[in-house]
Design a protein. Structure first.
Length: 88
């Protein structure tokens, strides 16, 4: 029964993907709309900076702020009552 459900899900996913690809024809991108005024394209460096470097920098800044502004005590250990400490 599990194999049948997996086959059904795969067929549904493949059918949905195929229909989405057929419905979004790239040929429609060639016709210009009224009021369409595209700017100049981005260079490779600008594209990498915008979509690769900038998110990494934002992630690093947020991580740094969380680490710097963290008020918890790193030496504080939480004792769990269910576990006994091993004696040396």
């Amino acid at each position: 029964m599990d194999k049948k459900n997996a086959l059904r899900a795969g067929a549904l996913a493949a059918g949905t993907t195929l229909m989405m690809l057929l419905m979004s024809s790239p040929a429609l991108a060639l016709t210009r709309d009224d009021g369409d005024d595209p700017g100049t394209g981005l260079s490779v460096g600008e594209t990498l900076g915008l979509y690769v470097v900038l998110p990494i920098v934002i992630f690093a800044v947020i991580t740094g702020l969380v680490m710097v502004l963290d008020k918890s005590n790193p030496d504080h250990r939480v004792f769990k009552p269910g576990r006994a400490k091993a004696k040396a």
